[in-house]
Design a protein around this ligand. Structure first.
Ligand SMILES: Nc1ncnc2c1ncn2[C@@H]1O[C@H](COP(=O)(O)OP(=O)(O)OP(=O)(O)O)[C@@H](O)[C@H]1O
Ligand SMILES: [Mg+2]
Length: 184
């Protein structure tokens, strides 16, 4: 049986988990959480202060090995999903959320101020999008701005992309100037 792997990435809070669950339902695909995969396979090192640093090379190797046993359509979601090996991944979806909306979502999760700021700045700077394009090239990377879409609508948009009816090439959103505007 053929295999199609769809990686779903994005800054924390952009809706990867909700989007991926709905996408997997619609495609009758297997859903894999990259966070669970990292935990199960202990693909991290523990820093002296107890924080976990994911070993990206090990993640890529372990996932390549796992992919040999995968068949059918697989949705793999997580903040590192865009760094999975190019040879294995067929589509990379990068979910985007306007920094102001993302900030509210992260505050609702009771993230510390510094963590909110770090993530919101990274979203404004397109960090994940650029990493995805660097790793996979523009053609395989699909950028979906869900700021004004429900998870269901976002999934429907991606399904149109898969059918070749719509393009979602990277570079549509630009929140940089607005986000970092210096008030004089
Ligand atoms: N399209 C959307 N519109 C409005 N709210 C959304 C949308 N998608 C997700 N949310 C809400 O935003 C929050 C974050 O969603 P979700 O947990 O799916 O994000 P995530 O990208 O998986 O985050 P993490 O990286 O922490 O796992 C949730 O409260 C969810 O209900
Ligand atoms: Mg999640």
């Amino acid at each position: 049986m053929g295999r199609l792997i769809i990686a779903v990435s994005g800054t924390p809070g952009t809706g990867k988990s909700e989007f991926s669950k709905k996408l997997a339902e619609k495609l009758q695909a297997r859903l894999l959480s990259l966070n669970d995969f990292i935990e199960e396979n202990k693909i991290y090192t523990l820093d002296p202060d107890g924080t976990k640093s994911v070993d990206i090379q090990k993640l890529r190797k372990c996932f390549a090995k796992k992919a040999r046993d995968l068949s059918g359509t697989v949705v793999v979601e997580g903040i590192l999903a865009h760094l999975l090996p190019k040879k294995i991944v067929d589509h990379v979806v990068v979910l985007r959320t306007h920094p102001k909306v993302l900030e509210l979502r992260l505050r609702r999760r009771n993230y510390a101020d510094a963590k909110v700021r770090e993530n919101v700045d990274a979203e404004a700077l397109d960090v994940i999008l650029w990493e995805a394009v660097e790793a996979h090239g523009v053609d395989k990377v699909h950028e979906i701005d869900t700021t004004n879409l429900s998870p269901e609508e976002a999934v429907n948009q991606f399904l149109l992309v898969m059918e070749g009816k719509v393009v979602a090439r990277p570079g549509k959103v630009d929140w940089l100037e607005e986000h970092f505007k210096i008030v004089e």
